[in-house]
Design a protein around this ligand. Structure first.
Ligand code: FAD
Length: 486
């Protein structure tokens, strides 16, 4: 967040009316705002925190249409024709974004370079072949030598003229344009309730003020109205880790490896590189240290003198049928347009989403590849069963086996789920004698939580909500903080 330029925007402090309300000021919400403004549509945008401070601020921002294993997934789940349509649409998003950076002269450390994607294991070679096959509709990739020492792969393909940016600087550039155009942007204005009144909406901000609106664009990362369209059965969240390190190495491209655990390298600035990866389903009691250590060992493999400067995690929404959602929320909420499910490729996707949303609002034709009304249950049975298993575990099983504990056994600056006074409680030990007690119930759908001792956060076992040690929401879908006890 070192490039974050705080705009000190106001928060909602009275009831207001607006024809269109955008919820969320990450890359998806900001690009919708930008497009709406370009089309002279009046709107208000609210974010629960600072604009551009959610997932989009922690991303690594490799901008490419070569979305690694996604093409293979889409071929398996929807067929080759849809995978080719996905490519066309991602090419569109890529070109729109490139055009905006140029036309608006946004200073975001834009650097054009190749994306190199490789695989070592035989099973992943097939995935690489499928990616290449789709890209070759327009001759967009070529096989290159595998003897570089950045990623050790049997086969690599190069996709030329992709780019990297600094995502915070890009979003700051868009926010400046919106501010210069007198757009109504509000920070620290959390949507705490959405009431449907006839076919319009009364949106409650910070449990206090009302925004009356005809249309809502829900760009707050994960759908927040339940149970409509059962999104919580169709989207899971996947965590991903990143480590920045100082190195004398200069990368001539950004590199992605398809092998497990998945990882990638990119340049950040003149002497800093970033490695990311070690992805896993949020809320499983993975060995988090190992997730970072796996990445760090890869750093030392390419540069034994590297110096680690920072490490962080974030998470993204993964639709089980591998296509994002951009369209009407549900039959019950036709005036809400949902944008979600970018699967770690949010930049090209948010530009396409913004274009589609604007076309929908203007009653123009739009790409229905990302339509929200699709039956996903049988598209990926493995992911579906895994989600069901996590929900059963989070809602029932894990609550049964919590033990009584002596609180003094909890390490300082650490947390534990314990049984106390016959209740399951989250305990964070702040100092020798200071404990924070929280209810072990995610405010999204009631699942239990686990403690992540590396990042010092509570993670929901079901739908990916993450809370800080004091129970404050870091990532949704939970809207409300955990309940503090005693
Ligand atoms: C580790 C990692 C690396 C990635 N790398 C890349 C990459 O190289 N290239 C790429 O294209 N994509 C990448 N992605 C994906 C990309 O970062 C995401 O898809 C994208 O940032 C999601 O944007 P968003 O606007 O949907 O979410 P966010 O940026 O999280 O924005 C949502 C906003 O909504 C707000 N909000 C939430 N709830 C409420 C509420 N109740 N009321 C008001 N506001 C609310 C939040 O505060 C937040 O600001 C990566 C993702 C990860 C996890």
């Amino acid at each position: 967040m070192k490039d974050y330029d705080d705009k000190n925007l106001p928060s909602i402090n009275k009831n207001i009316n607006t024809p269109i309300l955008i919820i969320g000021g990450g890359i998806a919400g900001l690009m919708c705002a930008y497009n709406l403004k370009k089309n002279n549509l009046d709107f208000t945008l609210v974010d629960s925190k600072k604009l551009a401070s959610g997932v989009s601020a922690n991303t690594t921002a490799q901008i490419t249409y070569a979305h690694t294993n996604l093409y293979d997934d889409i071929i398996k789940k929807h067929g080759k024709e849809k995978a080719l349509r996905y490519l066309d649409s991602q090419l569109d998003g890529f070109n729109i974004m490139k055009g905006i950076i140029k036309e608006e002269n946004i200073n975001c450390d834009y650097k054009e370079e190749s994306t190199i994607i490789g695989a070592y294991l035989q099973k992943n070679m097939k995935i690489l072949d499928n990616l290449q096959n789709i890209l070759n509709k327009y001759n967009l990739s070529k096989v290159i030598n595998s003897d570089n020492n950045i990623i050790f792969n049997k086969k690599n393909i190069e996709v030329e003229k992709q780019f990297i940016i600094n995502p915070i600087k890009y979003m700051m550039g868009i926010i400046d344009i919106l501010i210069d155009n007198n757009c109504k942007l509000y920070e620290n204005s959390k949507v705490t309730k959405i009431n449907k009144v006839n076919n319009k909406y009364e949106v409650i901000i910070n449990n206090k003020y009302k925004i009356n609106t005809n249309k809502i664009i829900m760009a707050c990362h994960y759908p927040i109205i339940n149970p409509d369209n059962l999104y919580f059965t169709k989207i899971f969240q996947s965590k991903s880790y990143a480590v920045a390190f100082k190195s004398k190495l200069k990368l001539d491209a950004n590199y992605l490896s398809l092998d497990e655990p998945y990882y990638y390298f990119r340049t950040y600035d003149n002497n800093t590189l970033i490695i990311g990866g070690s992805d896993h389903y949020t809320g499983i009691s993975n060995d988090i240290n190992k997730c970072y250590d796996d990445l760090i060992s890869k750093i030392y493999r390419i540069d034994k003198d590297a110096k680690i400067v920072s490490k962080w995690f974030t998470e993204d929404c993964m639709p089980i049928d591998s296509l994002p959602y951009v369209g009407t929320y549900s039959n019950n909420h036709k005036n809400i347009i949902l944008i979600t499910g970018f699967q770690k490729w949010g930049f090209t996707n948010s530009h396409i989403a913004a274009k589609n949303v604007t076309n929908m609002l203007l009653n123009r034709a739009y790409d229905d590849l990302y339509k929200t009304h699709r039956f996903t249950l049988f598209r990926d049975l493995k992911s579906t069963f895994r989600m069901i298993a996590h929900s059963i575990d989070g809602l029932v099983l894990s609550k049964l086996c919590i033990k009584n504990e002596d609180l003094s056994t909890i390490k300082i600056d650490s947390g534990k789920v314990v049984r106390l006074n016959n209740k399951n409680i989250l305990v964070y030990r702040e100092s020798k004698d200071n404990y924070i007690f929280l209810k072990n119930k995610c405010t999204h759908l009631g699942c239990s939580l686990i403690w992540n001792d590396v990042d010092k956060v509570w993670e929901s076992k079901c739908h990916g909500s993450i809370f800080d040690k004091y129970g404050k929401v870091i990532y949704g879908p939970a809207i409300n903080d955990l309940e503090e006890l005693f």
